[in-house]
Design a protein around this ligand. Structure first.
Ligand code: ATP
Ligand code: MG
Length: 694
């Protein structure tokens, strides 16, 4: 993300701060200058929430309501806290505490501990994993890294939701635990027990919050001293607060109400960790005298981007959806968002890399471009394509694909297999077989971590398939060399590159150009959300909304109908684009005139460019002779190799399928095949007709 400095709010003139309220619009100004007391800013994406809270803090200080060191501002990440401190310091304001809930609680607990616990020593347990691992083994459960992490995730959710071990099974709701609920409860209880049995107490991050709330709730002396110190509270991203964090906030406040909260319920995307927009939505009920301000002007994005965002969120259902605000794009008009359907993932990745090169040529900075996806394993194919195109990138909020633990393990297993299984000629099968012991089951496992590992291993198999298709005579050593090269291709971290990130990690950030990729059903919404039902699907829709609203100007949405080149096009574009994408852009370079609008088998309308090229909808079975299609594909791949161009430049798989289904016998009939224009007919016509005659 490019750093754009916020304007300086204060200018110091002879020691007096002057607030420059011109930097705010009218609604922002109302929020910033509201009298001391409860304020709730319900603001959509890009409406300037951080700017507004910063001014509010400034205003409260400027009006003499509070001194800087009596303000506590809470942010979602420590990075955001750092940014807020930075902005405040630019205004000449020091001493305001801007921290995450955890960091604030830790500092307070260190201070108050002797008063509430005397000599009892405590230590922060910053890595829960080993202890939870022991608890898992104690409960006689399988203790693979992923299993332990998944159970750990459940414990964290329970603690954030103020649920004790014995309550876990009944409070589970729609969550699917990685092991039976009673077992999770057992591990949770053991873990809590283990932290108290060594010398001194071990406290994990959630305990810091619990004990802070406890100290304030139970010790009047502590509460009095604390409340003397802190008078004003500000909370950003309040839609993603957990019950545990809320309890801390209430303990901080006591009977007071000097609280400003900022949030957008339609950007709630962390429910799986226990976060809930409930407190934001009930704020005016909790504080009847609250000033409630809605901000709708979006200063981040063009009207084209905000139009799409509004349409996406207009389809949301449920209570949260009822609170949506219509964004009004304040920037000058820009390009329309693009929607593109690709035949397969490698093609999607290559085309995205191509579009990025075009943007770079147009002068867009690499650091102002992001590729966003739903799950981390999706980065693999894009990392590959960006590397191939010579584009420097950084993977945010996760490691690069080739540095992930399971991929490193997989590669070293493959090296061993290469020495052992010298006779196997089917590389893809061999790779699959080698990865089974590492977790490549046929069925997608439950549990976020296990799932992530499984997804990575599958992505690796896909890459291998892609490499083998591109170079049919590749041998095992050659394949390992190619994979090894990718693993070694480290990019210097200081170089500003294109950002690859998951939608979750993109929260709160913005770029000039955003690519939302892999937009197929089962990935967005993700399959386990579809299984879990409406609420989970709504959260996925919000995630898509968060993605759309990250773009300032250029927005590209894309999806691929099959994983592999030449694979069966079984995928469907994300349901979140239903009714939005009506007439996708035609594939470049091919005439549109001869494209059928309806399926030649069932007569239903065709809605993707690829379906229109084939002339048949995805739901109807292929009409072609498989042998003919295969021969055409082999010819196409060899031709592409000879001409040193990607295969789809010669003919897309959709066009080849159309040829195989229509079986033209003359030049004229060939020209009637959608996707074949005079140039291609002239260049390749004879060869194709020859193959069909054979
Ligand atoms: P999100 O919901 O995505 O977290 P946000 O509401 O926190 O968004 P900001 O990131 O604070 O929004 O602001 C979005 C962009 O709009 C920033 O680049 C900010 O500098 C700019 N901005 C905010 N208010 C104004 C204003 N009144 N005039 C001009 N630009 C503004
Ligand atoms: Mg923000």
């Amino acid at each position: 993300m490019g750093r754009r400095e916020e304007p300086v709010v204060f200018s110091r003139s002879e020691g007096v701060f002057v607030i420059n309220l011109q930097d705010l619009d009218e609604d922002q100004r109302i929020a910033a200058t509201a009298p001391r007391g409860p304020v709730c800013i319900l603001a959509g994406a890009g409406t300037g929430k951080t700017r507004t809270i910063t001014y509010r803090i400034a205003h409260l200080i400027d009006q003499g309501f509070v001194s800087p060191n009596r303000v506590l501002a809470v942010t979602f990440t420590s990075r955001a806290a750092g940014e807020m401190r930075h902005r405040l310091s630019l205004m000449g304001i020091g001493g305001v505490q801007a921290r995450t809930f955890h960091a604030a609680a830790r500092k307070q607990l260190m201070y108050f501990w002797p008063q509430v616990a005397g000599d009892l020593r405590w230590k922060l347990l910053d890595n829960k994993f080993p202890l939870v691992g022991r608890a898992v083994r104690g409960a006689r459960l399988e203790s693979s890294t992923e299993k332990v992490r998944d159970i750990l995730g459940e414990i964290e959710w329970a603690k954030a939701s103020l649920i004790a071990p014995e309550q876990y099974p009944e409070k589970l709701g729609t969550r699917t635990p990685p092991v039976p609920a009673e077992k999770v409860a057992d591990v949770y209880a053991r873990y809590e027990q283990m932290k108290t049995t060594g010398e001194g107490l071990l406290l994990d991050f959630d305990d810091l919050l619990l004990h802070t709330a406890g100290a304030l709730e139970n010790s009047p002396a502590v509460a009095e001293e604390f409340r003397e110190q802190y008078r004003s509270f500000v909370v950003d991203e309040y839609q993603d607060v957990t019950p545990l964090q809320q309890r801390v906030l209430e303990a901080w406040l006591g009977e007071r109400d000097d609280l400003t909260v900022v949030g957008d319920a339609n950007q709630t995307i962390y429910s799986f960790t226990g976060a809930t927009p409930h407190y934001l939505l009930n704020f005016s009920r909790t504080y009847e005298n609250a000033t409630v301000v809605k901000l709708q002007r979006d200063y981040r994005s063009t009207p084209q981007v905000t139009d799409l965002a509004n349409t996406v969120i207009a389809q949301a259902r449920g209570r949260v959806a009822g609170t949506r605000l219509e964004l009004q794009g304040m920037r000058a008009p820009g390009p329309e968002p693009e929607f593109t359907s690709y035949d397969d993932e490698p093609t999607e990745a290559r085309e995205v890399a191509g579009k990025i090169l075009t943007l770079l040529d147009q002068g867009v900075a690499a650091s102002e471009i992001a590729v966003l996806y739903r799950i981390n394993a999706q980065s693999a194919v894009f990392e590959q394509a960006l590397s191939d195109a010579g584009i420097v990138y950084q993977v945010r909020g996760g490691e690069g694909f080739f540095t992930r633990a399971e991929i490193r393990q997989a590669l070293s297993q493959l090296v061993r297999a290469a020495q052992r299984d010298v006779d196997e000629t089917d590389l893809v099968r061999l790779v699959r077989r080698t990865l089974v012991p590492l977790g490549l089951s046929t069925q997608e496992p439950e549990g976020a971590q296990e799932r992530e590992r499984w997804q990575s291993l599958n992505a690796l198999v896909d890459l291998v398939e892609e490499l083998v298709t591109a170079t049919p005579d590749l041998d095992f050593q050659g394949l390992l060399r190619k994979l090894h090269e990718r693993q070694e291709a480290k990019h210097p971290p200081t170089v500003e590159g294109v950002t690859l990130a998951s939608l979750h990690a993109a929260k709160g950030l913005e770029w000039d150009a955003v690519f939302l990729v892999g937009l197929v059903d089962s990935t967005l919404p993700i399959s386990h959300a579809i299984k879990a039902g409406d609420e989970a699907i709504e959260e996925e829709r919000r995630l898509f909304y968060v993605g759309v609203t990250r773009a300032r100007e250029h927005l590209f949405c894309s999806w691929a109908l099959s994983r592999q080149e030449g694979g069966r096009k079984t995928r469907k574009r994300t349901r979140f684009l239903d009714g939005i994408v009506i007439d996708p852009a035609p594939e470049s370079g091919t005439p549109r005139g001869n494209r059928p609008r309806n399926c030649r088998v069932c007569g239903n309308p065709l809605d993707t460019p690829a379906e229109r090229v084939v002339g048949r909808c995805n739901a109807c079975p292929p009409q072609a002779d498989e042998g003919v299609f295969e021969r055409l594909r082999t010819w196409r791949n060899t031709t592409a190799q000879k001409e040193n161009v990607p295969a789809y430049i010669v003919f897309s798989n959709a066009t080849l399928m159309a040829v195989a289904e229509l079986m033209p016998t003359s030049d004229n009939e060939l020209l009637n095949v959608p996707g074949i224009g005079p140039m291609k007919a002239e260049k390749y016509g004879d060869e194709i007709l020859e193959i069909l005659r054979g």
